[in-house]
Ligand binder design. Sequence first.
Ligand code: AKG
Length: 289
Amino acid sequence: MGSIWSFNEEELEFYRREGWLLVEDVLSRRDLSELDGAIQTVADAAFVGDNEATYVEFEPDDTSSNPALRRMLDPYARHEAFRAIAHDARIVDRVESLLGSDLDLQHSKLNFKPAHVGSSVEWHQDLGYYPHTNDGVLAVLIYLDEATENNGCLQVMQRQHNSYLDHAAPGAAFAGRIMDESLKDMEPLPLPARAGSAIFLHGLTPHASLPNESSSDRRTLIFAYRAGDAYPLYYGAVTVEDEADPRPVRGRRAHHARFGGPPPIVPRIDATSSLYEIQAVDRVRRDDT
Ligand SMILES: O=C(O)CCC(=O)C(=O)O
């Protein structure tokens, strides 16, 4: 059953064709300020004495004594304010209209992309990192600050969500970025938007973002959802780790896995590592060759 938040036919058609959909003002100023409070609380708790928690990453180019955060892993597990948004009808009713009424949270994260030092994200497909039996998987990226072309808003390649693209050179380890040459001459589409806007991004839509060299932060809270009949493909310890903590959102997991959509490429990732680190290792390898 649709709700006032469900996408209409025109929006659904747009998503199916383009592989993304941007909705302005999904969250209110009040939501944003509650999330600001939660981020502060969780970030403060990440530093105990000289140790920092393993759920935060820092910007490597920030050489100050107090380096800026690059990413918080699994915010869903760390504060009720994040969980409330992950289950909020304004988000989940929209996701339901795209994926159906049985939904799981596949993972969550918060990218800080801080002013002056925010890292780039190279072109990749999310399902390239965690292939599933079908492509009923999407990410909702919620801008917590205004995102502009200057501070590294998300960029997408439109209408490119119909196949898995290679994220490794032949015979080489997973590079975490698209190695396929097919996108080379295509024009990326930047998606600037106000704080509180959300991008609904198909799991196979290639996306990236430039470094943040501006003086304004560009924080983005990300929740990835999957349909109840989309099951992760096992490719080693990383899958086990990713799946350790099931997060039902609505309905139930299906009795049968559905196999459909483009044939998945199985990544060869040996150990859990952040997208940024995998892509950095690949940059070094690229520079060496
Ligand atoms: O924050 C961004 O610019 C992109 C995020 C992303 O693609 C990711 O973290 O997987």
